[in-house]
Design a protein around this ligand. Structure first.
Ligand SMILES: Cc1cc2nc3c(=O)[nH]c(=O)nc-3n(C[C@H](O)[C@H](O)[C@H](O)COP(=O)(O)OP(=O)(O)OC[C@H]3O[C@@H](n4cnc5c(N)ncnc54)[C@H](O)[C@@H]3O)c2cc1C
Length: 465
């Protein structure tokens, strides 16, 4: 089978991408999408290969998990976003090997495991990061993280489901554990999750249940560090902690998780003591590990990775020894934070280096990150923002947060429906997106089961080298 995109199936013959320079971009997150768009007027053929068919706006995942937004609003189809970019093509596939000498990737279609290869002249890898449980991977089944749509929908099911199970429970002690929510990690995601669960319990769900008072729910935000939102520094960190407490969130700092099971969590406190908290719902918003493709790529190139598995790249974001291969966003180690702007700007930078080289201009420019600031919401009408020397909190910061997030959401119709959903939840007190299916609640178990059914043929796992 010959195809026009420059990729080959297992049976297919190689196609040259119409004689144009072939840029292959792995991923469909911020880094990949902005790199692809930056190449829209270049005389190249761009092929994006991503494990998910959507472009996910991760900063609003917590709103999907707490019933404010639908998954479609934050995850439009990449194919639809790029429909008008005639030089771009999108392939759904998980890249599992890279042959740097033959300039060829091996990928398989999710679910069926169908194998295909994609050849490139230039490569940009932007496969981001996953959750890290700091070596305690068994925690994952009891405390899902928040990295994907699957995670958000599973958490939505667990959070709303906990209130339902509490309503059914006659034993007050068990009922209390069902109404206890523990969020591990007091960075932006943890703060936003804890704040929204508190709003659910104290505002959105009040009056809906007959046997429980949702306002009695315990929401605990834990972190081993001594402050919430440490990257924001004081006074914003202290303000955020104070506001969370006012919302009814117990903020427990200097608390390290040492055990986790279906019924609760065990922590080591600052004084060295141990404490068990019985809680049905645990959410992991703590560690980050680079996507496994980073380590593989580094191995192939003889490059190094940092402790989180990020690839140590050259100052121009290229892979050492391979000036035509770039690693951008959360996957690259360049002493920069794992935030959307780093991914966007490094994706554009890599695209520019490719265009410069094609124009015969000197490439290899050093990547300079322009820090546009950071923001986190605490609850409705309340956020903190740090922009240059400016420190904002409260309503003004929240308004700024709202505008910036709307600007970066992709698609006009998504913006319109998002604003409507925000009005429902923030001006009113409803949650428009509470539907959950059994598959979503048990997402982790379902996916493990399908993997165990060995849908993917063992031969198709073979590498390309
Ligand atoms: C819950 C949450 C909240 C956040 N909030 C903020 C915030 O408020 N502000 C901010 O600036 N940043 C925030 N971030 C961080 C920000 O989202 C990331 O820095 C950014 O998404 C990184 O972009 P990326 O392109 O490097 O990777 P990602 O956006 O993670 O994209 C990775 C892509 O690679 C694909 N992929 C992975 N492995 C493979 C493979 N083997 N083959 C093919 N495709 C693959 C994935 O499907 C995905 O499309 C948040 C992150 C999370 C998880």
């Amino acid at each position: 089978m010959t195809v026009e995109t420059g990729h080959t199936s297992e049976r297919g013959a190689r196609d040259g991408g119409g004689g144009k320079h072939r840029v292959v971009i792995v991923g469909s997150g911020f880094g990949a999408l902005f790199a692809t768009r930056a190449l829209s007027h270049a005389n190249v053929q761009v092929t994006m290969v991503a494990a998910t068919p959507h472009h996910l706006f991760q900063p609003l995942l917590y709103q999907v998990a707490t019933g404010i937004l639908s998954q479609g609003e934050i995850a439009p189809a990449t194919r639809e976003i790029l429909a008008r970019q005639r030089n771009a093509d999108v392939l759904l596939g998980e890249v599992f090997d890279v042959d740097l000498n033959a300039r060829r990737l091996a990928a398989r279609a999710p679910g069926t495991g169908e194998l295909f290869h994609v050849e490139y002249d230039s490569l940009i890898v932007a496969t981001g990061a996953t959750q890290s449980y700091f070596g305690n991977d068994a925690f994952a089944q009891f405390a899902p993280g928040l990295k994907s749509i699957d995670d958000a929908l599973e958490l939505r099911g667990r959070i709303f489901g906990a209130f339902e199970l509490a309503e059914l429970e006659p034993d007050p002690e068990v009922q209390r554990s069902r109404l206890t929510f523990v969020v591990v990690g007091a960075g932006a995601t943890g703060v936003e999750m804890a704040g929204q669960i508190a709003e659910l319990a104290h505002r959105a769900l009040v009056g809906e249940y007959r046997r429980i008072d949702t306002r009695e729910a315990r929401i605990i935000l834990l972190d081993a560090a001594p402050m919430v939102l440490p990257t924001f520094g004081d006074p914003l960190s202290a303000k955020a902690a104070e506001r969370l407490r006012r919302l009814g969130v117990e903020v427990r700092l200097g608390a390290m998780v040492v055990g986790l099971d279906a019924g609760g969590i065990e922590i080591k406190t600052e004084d060295g003591g141990r404490e068990r908290i019985d809680a049905l719902t645990k959410i992991w918003a703590a560690g980050v590990a680079a996507s496994p493709l980073g380590r593989l790529l580094a191995e192939r190139a003889g490059a190094e990775v940092d402790r989180a598995g990020r690839v140590k790249v050259n100052p121009d974001c290229s892979l050492p020894g391979h000036p035509n291969v770039f690693v951008v966003g959360d996957l690259m180690a360049l002493n920069l934070p794992g935030v959307a702007q780093v991914a966007i700007q490094s994706g554009r930078h890599a695209a520019r280096q490719i265009m410069l080289r094609l124009d015969g201009e000197p490439a290899g420019e050093r990547f300079h990150y322009h820090d546009k600031g950071s923001m986190a919401t605490v609850s409705r009408f309340d956020a903190v923002a740090s922009i240059g020397r400016l420190r904002l909190s409260g309503f003004t910061a929240w308004l700024l947060w709202l505008v910036v997030h709307l600007m970066y959401l992709v698609g006009f119709k998504n913006r319109v429906t998002t604003v409507l959903h925000w009005a429902v939840s923030f001006v009113g007190r409803g949650r428009a997106e509470r539907a959950v299916t059994a598959q979503q609640v048990f997402a982790r178990t379902v996916m493990e089961k399908s993997a165990a059914q060995e849908l993917i043929e063992p031969e198709s796992r073979a590498g390309v080298e």
